[in-house]
Design a protein around this ligand. Structure first.
Ligand SMILES: Nc1ncnc2c1ncn2[C@@H]1O[C@H](COP(=O)(O)OP(=O)(O)OP(=O)(O)O)[C@@H](O)[C@H]1O
Ligand SMILES: [Mg+2]
Length: 352
């Protein structure tokens, strides 16, 4: 499914009511913010497409319109001006919105706050039941979704979701969205508030969904996470599209990002300072490992005892590369395949 925003503006003041007042009034309002921007508009003239299969990261200062934007993606919120289409069909039409709602899985920020059912099972089953699927299919989906997020249905299915740890609650909420088997997964700061291990685990899970072909839109305040995962990054500022491009393109201009309250990923920012200081660092986008490798090579080439230094640098570079691989491997180990039974048992013990 290709999702397109066509000149979308949105105002919480009036919201859908403003739409009913007709196009003339809208044009007047649009002219208003065009000349004298004020807080009236949460989104201003946003045009973009979410391409099938891509990972689109969404960044922006607090209040820049990220959450408002993504709530347009499943027809939860309708544009005050402009339109959102799914494969050309306008989400303002009821039938289109209801079809798209089952294809677009929207995971709100702190989704655990929206758990409500008496048991974990019923919570995860809520979406599929709403889709009027028969109970056998509902059951299949609940089992699969729980397995995907690494939770043991037999162990916790009949428990109250409110008795679980925060991280487990988030997984349950996530499973509830996955059980609807969406084509497009839209995540609003999915790892906010998680401890570092759960964070890495969750990001690896999201990366796996994307690797399987799912389209992902992820809002995040972490430039490192966005750089590592995204095919393209959208930067919003005061409701407008400030930048849209590959991570290398978006993070190339650290100064202009700073002007809208954002930083580049730390290794990228460091590489940029080193370039200013005269280092030749040719890669467009740096992470810790690639920066260590290129920096070591530079230092070796410029050292007085170049041969000896080169050997030291080559060793350092090899170490950095293998450390990077080990890091990746351990992240994958922590999240792949069957849930980590030991860890969840220990967590269960602690809760007593
Ligand atoms: N329910 C609402 N009623 C009125 N104004 C709202 C509402 N929700 C958001 N806004 C306003 O709309 C603008 C965009 O808010 P939005 O929540 O989309 O920003 P955000 O980029 O998601 O911010 P954050 O990073 O803090 O989550 C802000 O000016 C905000 O104050
Ligand atoms: Mg938000």
């Amino acid at each position: 499914m290709r999702l397109a925003f066509e000149a979308v503006s949105y105002s919480y003041v009036g919201g859908d009511a403003a739409k009913k007042r007709g196009r003339k009034k809208q044009r007047e309002r649009q002219a208003d913010w065009g000349n004298a921007p004020d807080a009236l508009w949460a989104l201003r003239d946003v045009s973009l497409t979410v391409e099938p299969g891509e990972f689109l990261g969404v960044a922006g200062h607090t209040g820049s319109g990220k959450s408002t934007l993504i709530q347009h993606m499943n027809g939860l919120v309708h544009p005050t001006c402009g339109r959102v289409t799914a494969d050309g069909a306008d989400l303002a039409e009821k039938e289109v919105a209801s079809r798209v709602r089952s294809q677009v899985g929207l995971v709100f920020q702190y989704p655990e706050n929206q758990l409500f059912a008496n048991t974990v099972y019923d919570d995860v089953a809520f979406g599929p039941r709403n889709m009027k699927l028969d109970e056998a299919e509902v059951d299949r989906r609940v089992r699969e979704a729980m397995e995907l997020v690494g939770l043991d249905l037999d162990a916790i299915g009949e428990r109250s979701p409110f008795d679980l740890s925060g991280g487990q609650q988030r997984r349950v909420a996530f499973a509830g969205v996955l059980a609807m088997e969406p084509e497009l997964l839209v995540l609003d700061e999915p790892v906010a508030g998680l401890d570092p291990l759960s964070r890495a685990d969750f990001l690896a899970l999201i990366a796996r969904f994307h690797a399987r072909g799912m389209t992902v839109v992820m809002v995040s305040h972490s430039m490192e996470d966005l750089a590592a995962l995204s095919d393209r990054i959208l930067v919003l500022s005061e409701g407008r599209v400030f930048a849209l491009g590959t991570p290398a393109q978006v993070f190339a201009d650290a100064a202009s990002l700073k002007a809208v309250g954002l930083g580049a990923p730390a290794p990228q920012a460091f590489a940029s300072s080193l370039r200013d200081a005269g280092f030749s660092l040719p890669r467009e986008l740096y992470d810790e490992t690639s920066l260590a490798v290129d920096l070591a090579a530079q230092l070796a080439a410029s050292a007085p005892n170049a041969d000896g230094a080169a050997a030291v640098a080559a060793e350092a570079a090899a170490e950095a590369e293998s450390a990077g691989e080990a890091e990746t491997a351990s992240t994958e180990d922590a999240s792949c395949g069957a849930p980590n039974a030991d860890a969840s048992t220990r967590a269960g013990d602690r809760r007593g």
